[in-house]
Design a protein around this ligand. Structure first.
Ligand SMILES: C[S@@+](CC[C@H](N)C(=O)[O-])C[C@H]1O[C@@H](n2cnc3c(N)ncnc32)[C@H](O)[C@@H]1O
Length: 304
């Protein structure tokens, strides 16, 4: 897009000095781009009296921050239902193929959201990479959050070689796949058939041989895994995981660790309940803020 404006035409060798003089005197029209004409440069100016006449100038493209979003592979999840911002976001980074907006909060047993596609390809499926591990994600089929990537690395850092691990609410398998190199075996259960299907695909994609995916209600794991015990148990079902503590403590080895994730408004909210299960060390940390009044916290519980 070009625009007619007054301009000053100078020989190229005087270009930089002219540019500075025009900026310092407030004459330079910064909405427009200077251009060259043979040996000359033409600068757009705001004042006809100081100009050498009218010229056509290209408009500068507006540079601004795209709207706030979470990026999961090629999908940007926006926090507002704003199609024009979505198109701007789509064009701001080549990696983004789709911009979506969650029309519902995380809900239901499968902890999924309903999404509206605001721009780009009509899909909620994407490929995502986390620390060299590849994932197929479908946000309307199964829960996934890229914001837990640091938390997964923290758990890797706490692990000893060859641990036996259980993920009771494994979703599409991010914890099992990221933790698998340090584990001897990981049992990974979820109640959502769509999540378990994607988890199988992700296990194959990353050629993991020590992860056992299970379509299972966590409440039945005590029976299904009754001859097993684990060094580490992941419980990432923040709204309701307290219902599954009996099973987790049943399956955790003495000296093993349970990572218990919850949503809470105040520090230590879960301590009284957890103390009923163990006298071992319990440490608590904030994973991320969830809403103005709640944060996603994790309790690392030593089973004694
Ligand atoms: C918050 S998501 C976490 C998924 C995964 N751990 C992650 O970080 O991406 C909780 C998962 O628990 C599953 N879930 C809910 N109730 C369950 C139950 N009773 N037994 C097993 N899985 C359950 C849901 O299907 C969902 O995939």
């Amino acid at each position: 897009m070009s625009e007619k404006q007054w301009g000053i035409k100078v020989i190229k060798s005087e270009g930089e000095a002219t540019r500075r003089r025009l900026i310092n005197s407030g004459l330079f029209d910064s909405r427009l781009k200077p251009h060259s004409e043979g040996d000359f440069l033409v600068f757009p100016v705001k004042n006809e009296d100081k100009s050498d006449g009218e010229f056509f100038f290209e408009k500068r493209t507006e540079k601004r921050e795209p709207a706030r979003h979470e990026l999961i592979g090629g999908i940007a999840v926006m926090q507002e239902d704003n199609p024009s911002e979505a198109y701007y976001l789509l064009n701001s980074r080549p990696v983004i193929h789709t911009v979506i907006y969650p029309e519902t909060p995380v809900s239901g047993e499968y902890r999924t959201k309903d999404f509206k596609v605001l721009a780009g390809k009509n899909t909620t499926k994407t490929n995502y990479v986390e620390y060299n591990n590849r994932f197929v994600i479908d946000l309307s089929v199964a829960y996934f959050s890229a914001r837990l990537a640091n938390e997964r690395q923290r758990i890797v850092g706490l692990m000893k070689e060859k641990e036996r691990v259980l993920d009771m609410f494994a979703g599409v398998g991010p914890f099992p796949i990221i933790l698998s190199d340090k584990a001897s075996v990981i049992y990974a259960g979820d109640i959502n058939p769509g999540a378990v299907c994607l988890m199988r695909e992700n296990i194959a994609l990353n050629r993991k041989k020590n992860i056992i995916p299970m379509l299972a209600d966590a409440l039945s794991l005590g029976k299904i895994l009754k001859s097993h015990s684990f060094d580490r148990i992941i419980m990432n079902l923040p709204m309701t995981s307290s219902e599954f503590l009996d099973v987790a403590f049943l399956l955790c080895k003495k000296g093993g660790t349970i990572h218990y994730y919850t949503l809470q408004s105040e520090e230590g909210e879960m301590l009284d309940i957890l103390r009923k299960y163990t006298s071992g060390k319990i440490s608590e940390r904030i994973v991320r803020s969830y809403s103005p009044h709640q944060h996603h916290a994790v309790y690392d519980i030593c089973c004694e």
